[in-house]
Design a protein around this ligand. Structure first.
Ligand code: HEM
Ligand SMILES: *[C@@H]1O[C@H](CO)[C@@H](O)[C@H](O)[C@H]1NC(C)=O
Ligand SMILES: *[C@@H]1O[C@H](CO)[C@@H](O)[C@H](O)[C@H]1NC(C)=O
Ligand SMILES: *[C@@H]1O[C@H](CO)[C@@H](O)[C@H](O)[C@H]1NC(C)=O
Ligand SMILES: *[C@@H]1O[C@H](CO)[C@@H](O)[C@H](O)[C@H]1NC(C)=O
Length: 598
């Protein structure tokens, strides 16, 4: 019925657009991403769009005109760069703030401001660029913060840049490949790097067989599935069914995960590893690295230790109740360690970060979480990995270290903790810092983002309240990479998400740039505080078996996780290289004689 006028319109459009370089008659208007300030683009007919500006604080065709209060708020709101500067300077001021009620107020502000950037309940996924029941209810998908670029757009990032993106291997080799190891200026060590990998792989579990965009991690957060398995079947094989404990084996009097002979679960190991050396744990990939198996061993010992503590006070409890309560305690310990040790170190903030769920009891907050594709992409922190791994003075090349199941058993947990504490991890931002053995993982990240049609880096900058970069020079803070990127991408607005994060100039003396912090922190804090144990109904001593268990959660630290589970506590257990060691290594690198005081 409407055929005739539509035809006429398209003819007119073809005539009109033929001068502007588009060969198709109508470009999907949402490909221009016209809706600013988180407005939602809806396509009508073929060539018309509307922006839904509801509750954005803006109005107008493209949600660009601020409402009265938005205007006032915008003038008083500090820019992220300023806030970051403030939080990482003026130690004397923070020493005062930490110890007053202001510490709580600012911590609450950090949590709410960050979390509010994450939609909850979740919105899109890689198959649904609009709100839908399927995207909400099917938790096999990772969620998406920004909808995918629609398939009919003229270029992969919408309308900017070239129709074809640069070769992903070329990008990795030109901008990511390490020339010379650059240590993280914040002093992160391998204890940090392996913790990052171990912790995040409980919720980053891309499900290859279903295609990219799907996850096996249906818990979507801190569920400790990497300790207990991601299915009930796997958990049951790993459990001892006595006193709540997990199966284990004793080697030289120390507790280790059982071999797959005693706990037959699927573990990824190459064919040459003898069955007895294949350790069985929650996450099937952790045989990859002795650093991951070391953390798996620590958490296994911690679980069984907590079971002993609980059993002492609750002699009547069943195996099941002891197990379940210990699991909740370990989840609490994990969140405590991540906020107060891991994020504290990573942020470089002088504000003392606190894990205190009560801070959120007076404000609106949803106790739920859904892992996002973007969070997964940005967490590919492979530049952390060194060029070889030093264990007790012995250098192990990748070929000797990966899948070497005897390193942990030969050296033991203490020796690995000590060695990993003293070895520097690499700087993540700034480019040129991924070891060649794992470069192909970064290629995979870029390939995935194309398959899933991620929006451009600048679109994400805007989504997280950052100003889009206007040039590649502004992004990288130098000329060489900037020029080459410009040639490859043609337009700063066509730059892809992961390359943008990795080549961005790091903040002064920092591990990475502004975007990684401002985009990573919201996902991270929402995931940690959105855990059900943080809700008013759960967050009380009885959930953790009483005061004793609650105290274990509230006093957990990396130091205790290690030292309560080894015979001799190694010195300086931390996520950074101890300062004395760092100085000594620096002098040695410069060829100077190490100072005698060290
Ligand atoms: C020598 C050390 C490492 C090796 C050999 C390694 C290797 C790999 C491989 C092969 C993948 C799968 C890639 C794919 O499916 O396309 C992967 C994924 C990943 N890696 Fe690493 N990696 C290492 C260290 C790290 C570290 C230190 C981190 C820090 C957080 C990290 C974070 C990730 C993440 C987030 C994923 C995605 C996981 C998923 O979605 O399932 N990796 N890595
Ligand atoms: C809205 O955005 C589109 C696409 O970016 C642009 O062409 C148009 O001029 C904008 N309209 C207004 C009123 O700002
Ligand atoms: C405040 O916290 C920071 C970061 O943990 C720390 O460096 C500083 O010493 C703390 N001050 C007090 C008084 O706790
Ligand atoms: C989720 O979506 C995928 C892809 O459409 C489908 O194969 C799977 O069965 C869905 N899962 C559930 C639980 O419906
Ligand atoms: C594994 O590490 C041990 C030291 O624990 C070393 O002797 C051995 O050569 C390594 N194995 C392989 C296959 O590289």
């Amino acid at each position: 019925m409407a055929g005739y006028p539509t035809l006429l319109v398209s003819v007119l459009l073809i005539l009109e657009l033929s001068g502007s370089g588009y060969c198709s008659s109508t470009v999907n208007p949402c490909c221009y991403f016209p809706c600013e300030n988180k407005g939602v683009c809806v396509r009508f007919e073929n060539d018309r769009y509307e922006c839904d500006c509801t509750r954005t604080g803006y109005y107008g065709t493209n949600c660009t005109i601020p409402e009265f209060f938005t205007r006032i708020y915008a003038t008083v709101k500090p820019r992220p760069a300023f806030t970051h500067y403030f939080l990482t300077h003026f130690k004397w001021l923070w020493d005062i703030i930490n110890s007053t009620f202001l510490g709580n107020t600012i911590m609450r502000l950090v949590l709410t401001v960050r979390s509010n950037l994450i939609p909850s309940p979740p919105t899109y996924n890689s198959a649904y660029g609009y709100i839908s029941w399927e995207a909400y209810a099917n938790v096999s998908y990772y969620t998406r913060i920004l909808p995918p670029v629609e398939a009919d757009c003229p270029t992969p990032t919408g309308t900017k840049g070239y129709a074809k993106l640069p070769d992903s291997t070329h990008i990795a080799e030109r901008f990511f490949l390490r020339k010379k190891f650059v240590p993280d200026p914040q002093g992160s060590n391998l204890m940090f790097a392996f913790f990052a990998q171990h912790f995040t792989h409980q919720f980053f579990k891309t499900f290859g067989r279903m295609g990219r965009g799907f996850t096996k991690g249906l818990g979507h957060g801190v569920d400790l599935s990497h300790v207990y398995g991601d299915t009930l079947d796997r958990q049951h094989v790993l459990r001892l069914f006595k006193d709540g404990k997990m199966k284990y084996q004793l080697i030289k009097g120390e507790m280790y995960p059982p071999s797959i002979v005693d706990a037959p679960v699927h573990m990824q190991y190459p064919a040459n590893i003898p069955t007895a050396n294949r350790l069985a744990i929650g996450e099937e990939h952790f045989g990859l690295l002795p650093g991951l198996m070391m953390y798996a061993t620590l958490w296994l010992r911690e679980h069984n230790r907590v079971c002993d503590v609980l059993k002492k006070e609750h002699s009547s409890w069943s195996d099941e109740q002891l197990f379940q309560t210990a699991r909740l305690i370990l989840i609490g310990e994990t969140i405590k360690i991540v906020i107060e040790d891991y994020v504290q170190h990573l942020s470089g903030y002088y504000l003392k970060l606190q894990f205190n769920p009560e801070l959120l009891f007076g404000v609106q907050f949803q106790y739920r979480n859904r892992i996002a594709v973007e969070f997964n992409q940005l967490y590919h922190w492979h530049p952390l990995m060194p060029d070889s791994f030093n264990v007790k003075g012995q250098e192990y090349a990748y070929e000797k270290f990966l899948f070497n199941s005897s390193i942990l058993l030969d050296y033991g947990v203490e020796a690995l903790v000590e060695s990993f504490t003293n070895q520097h991890a690499g700087q993540i931002g700034g480019g040129h810092n991924i070891n060649k053995h794992i470069l192909r993982v970064a290629v995979g990240v870029i390939e995935e983002s194309r398959e899933l049609r991620l929006q451009s880096f600048n679109q994400y900058r805007k989504r997280f309240n950052l100003k889009p970069y206007t040039s590649f020079q502004e992004l990288t803070g130098e000329e060489t990479m900037a020029q080459e990127l410009e040639e490859l991408y043609g337009d700063i607005d066509a730059l892809e998400f992961y390359p943008g994060l990795i080549v961005e100039k790091p903040q002064p003396n920092s591990i990475f740039g502004e975007s990684m912090v401002e985009m990573g922190a919201p996902f991270s804090l929402k995931g940690l505080m959105g855990n059900p144990i943080c809700s008013p109904e759960y967050w009380k001593p009885s959930t953790f078996g009483g005061k004793t268990g609650f105290d274990i959660v509230n006093s957990a630290s990396l130091q205790k996780l290690v030292c309560l589970n080894v015979k001799h506590c190694p010195p300086n257990v931390a996520f950074h290289v101890p300062s004395g060691v760092a100085q000594k290594q620096e002098q040695e690198a410069l060829g100077a004689k190490p100072s005698t005081e060290l």
